[in-house]
Design a protein around this ligand. Structure first.
Ligand SMILES: [Zn+2]
Length: 327
């Protein structure tokens, strides 16, 4: 969740199909969804997405999103929460949707306001409770963001990040880190508190030196659509030196749409564009890279069918159609 402001939607009250946040930044963007890419031969997983956020002229329900993803070889997603409400939504959807697992957390840019209101500890208690639920496989996104949060919010960010690291370890879950303009402080905190066994830098934004440091610690690096951007040569240098067994791939949808669709709504079905860009840069075969990344993904989060869903996917279930307030 890198950049935009979001508004709350009155969705998900009587079901978990509708998005409950809406991306505000629509000015000057082409709001149509890009076309489906050519399907992958070897399937992959999108290890960081936000299906709770609607975007585009014609928002899609999470099931429509996952149907499109399945049709191009994106077999499943980690659905990531950023506050109490979206974390609850993520955990609840994962419980009924076999192609979805959940990550739960208070986003670093949310922590300062909660701390100021005196409700951060209550929110962390909810995250800890959700972390124990079936099909919740990661704590995230958590971390530090010195880009959008100034000095005054940093103490709260540190406190929240350290608490999330402990929650991940206590529940034996993976940790998904949001690190924006805060590389050194994130690394120091991980080393001070002790990183969980499976630690993932979501939307990896470091350079080659940082990739080597992550590799030394066995930390996973998840690349998003911005690795395809023209000005991202430092990121591609990092990709080049990252060991293949620590690579993951994600969309961070609806943000960071890969080329050639930068600025349009992003979605898990566009993951093949990012993967193909990575394979081209690494001068490797797309299927080989897919197979490696899928193996890595299942090592970090387990298999998507490791814990059963509570209802079959084709049960009528909650109404998956986005409704009032979205247009
Ligand atoms: Zn995110």
């Amino acid at each position: 969740m890198p950049s935009d402001s979001l508004t709350s939607l009155d969705g998900g009250v009587d079901g978990y199909g509708s998005a409950i946040r809406k991306r505000e930044n629509t000015q000057g963007r082409d709001l149509s969804y890009p076309p489906l890419p050519e399907p992958l031969t070897v399937p992959v997983y999108d290890n960081h997405t936000h299906l709770e956020i609607s975007d585009g002229e014609h928002p899609l329900s999470y099931r429509e999103q996952l149907d499109r993803a399945s049709s191009v070889g994106v077999r499943g997603v980690i659905q990531v929460g950023g506050d109490v409400e979206t974390s609850r939504w993520s955990a609840a959807c994962a419980l009924i949707e076999p192609r979805m697992l959940a990550a739960v957390a208070i986003h670093p840019n949310e922590a300062p306001a909660l701390d100021a209101a005196g409700t951060l500890d209550d929110a962390l208690a909810v995250i800890n409770e959700l972390a124990g639920q079936p099909r919740v496989v990661a704590v995230g996104e958590t971390g530090l963001d010195f880009f959008r949060t100034g000095e005054e919010g940093r103490a709260a960010q540190f406190r929240s990040f350290e608490a999330h690291i402990r929650i991940a370890k206590e529940n034996n879950l993976a940790l998904q880190i949001h690190d924006r303009n805060a590389h050194e402080a994130v690394i120091e905190t991980l080393l001070k508190v002790g990183a969980p066994e499976r630690t993932v830098f979501h939307c990896f934004s470091g350079d080659a030196d940082m990739a080597r440091l992550c590799a030394d610690h066995g930390w996973y690096m998840s690349f998003a659509g911005n690795v395809t951007f023209k000005n991202a040569s430092l990121l591609r240098d990092a990709l080049f030196v990252a060991p293949r067994n620590l690579l993951l791939v994600e969309t961070d949808a609806p943000f960071l749409t890969p080329l050639p669709y930068r600025g349009r709504p992003n979605a898990p079905y566009l993951l093949p564009n990012t993967l193909r860009g990575m394979a081209a840069h690494l001068e490797t075969d797309v299927s080989l890279l897919s197979a490696q990344i899928t193996a890595n993904t299942e090592l970090v989060y387990g298999r998507w069918d490791a814990e059963p869903v509570t209802a079959a996917h084709d049960d009528p279930g909650p109404d998956p159609t986005p409704r009032g307030g979205i247009a």
